[in-house]
Design a binder for this molecule. Structure first.
Ligand SMILES: NC(=O)c1ccc[n+]([C@@H]2O[C@H](COP(=O)([O-])OP(=O)(O)OC[C@H]3O[C@@H](n4cnc5c(N)ncnc54)[C@H](OP(=O)(O)O)[C@@H]3O)[C@@H](O)[C@H]2O)c1
Length: 264
């Protein structure tokens, strides 16, 4: 399917691994010039080269920066003052009990997951409105609408993103600019892969078997009974960034494998 986004530019935060990288790959597959972001310059450059060799008609760029660091973020915005698409993917998460979440953890999580993303929106949204085209996408989580209680500091930030997405969408009335959120369910990023392997470390069984056992024991409410693959989220994200998805305005779009048991 041709998504008609060839030659658009996209900044995807946190795109050296996991869901962010998959989104960058799926956008590049559609001919988008992707700006690869992460804090580790070598990883960023490696990803840029990988995408360049896979999609030689595109010009992926190095957008190394800690987006939670104001100075580094501002330098990034100065380097890339115009983009057609912003995917706010970076999100830090950790299973923690409420008693152990101190002020520093609350502040770091809100800073990285919400305020950094908001700063990018504040910079790019007015330009998109002037240019007559733009897509802003937040990668939230099913935790936004169904907090598990296992990481309250994270769930709060994901709910905030849904609200921000709708507020910003109000500013786009009548324009070919959209602001939306995708809510992935449990997704097999490298990080999650590592956690599952670690969990069944002593057992000599194929990964598919570990995944099946994990699902049955820990996530029986998942209707797909497997982890979502990052490329599935990537493909959906590319579509939401396309002109065919103009009617999604401030929408929370669930791709949660059936984790959320309610209709809405
Ligand atoms: N995996 C899941 O099951 C799942 C489910 C629902 C929602 N999500 C959401 O999806 C998003 C991606 O998750 P993931 O599991 O794919 O993440 P991940 O594997 O942990 O990938 C994190 C990416 O973000 C970068 N990063 C981290 N902190 C950064 C910072 N301050 N500035 C710039 N880049 C930074 C990392 O590179 P460096 O470390 O080199 O900076 C890496 O490229 C997150 O928002 C997460 O909440 C994930």
């Amino acid at each position: 399917m041709d998504m008609s986004i060839t030659n658009k530019t996209a900044l995807v935060t946190g795109s050296t691994r996991g869901i962010g990288k998959a989104i960058a790959i799926e956008l590049a597959r559609e001919g988008v010039h992707v700006y690869i972001n992460g804090r580790n310059e070598e990883e960023v450059e490696r990803t840029v080269q990988e995408i360049k060799s896979q999609f030689p008609a595109t010009s992926p760029q190095n957008a190394t920066a800690d987006i939670a660091d104001k100075k580094q973020r501002e330098a990034l915005l100065e380097k890339y003052p115009q983009v057609d698409i912003v995917v706010n993917n970076t999100g830090i998460y950790e299973i923690m009990s409420y008693e152990d979440i101190n002020d520093e953890v609350w502040e770091r999580t809100i800073q990285t997951n919400v305020l950094a993303a908001n700063a990018l929106c504040k910079f790019y949204l007015p330009k998109m409105l002037d240019n007559g085209y733009g897509r802003i996408l937040f990668i939230a989580s099913e935790e936004a609408i169904m907090p598990s209680g296992q990481m309250p500091q994270y769930a709060v930030t994901k709910s905030m993103l849904l609200s921000l997405s709708k507020s910003l969408s109000k500013l786009t009335a009548g324009k070919e600019v959209t602001v939306n959120s995708i809510l992935p369910g449990p997704t097999l990023s490298e990080n999650v892969h590592h956690i599952i392997n670690h969990l069944y470390g002593d057992e000599d069984i194929p990964f598919a078997e570990k995944e099946k056992r994990f699902m049955t024991t820990n996530l029986p409410q998942s209707e797909i009974q497997r982890f979502i693959r990052p490329s599935e989220i990537g493909r959906l994200a590319a579509f939401v960034c396309s002109p065919d998805a103009s009617a999604f305005k401030g929408s929370p779009i669930r791709m949660d494998g059936g984790m959320v048991p309610t209709i809405f």
